[in-house]
Design a protein. Structure first.
Length: 70
């Protein structure tokens, strides 16, 4: 298990855990970051990570990406 921020561009993995405070977890789950769903890293730009999750392209900060374990 590793943080989403450690994945390479083009790599796909299943989400195993979403960490952080309750408010943060609810926010990420609302974006589609739920346990068991597939996530693919599209690119990494200036500390942000752009991912495909549930047929949507989403940009999240490096800090948020560190809370999502794959």
């Amino acid at each position: 298990m590793m943080p989403l921020s450690m994945m390479q561009t083009g790599e796909t993995n299943a989400i195993k855990k979403v960490g952080g405070k309750e408010k943060t977890r609810r926010f990420l789950e609302g974006l589609g970051f739920v346990v068991g769903s597939e996530v693919t890293v599209v690119s990494k730009l200036q500390g942000n990570v752009i991912v495909n999750v549930k047929d949507a392209r989403i940009a999240i900060s490096q800090e948020m990406a560190n809370r999502i374990m794959v």
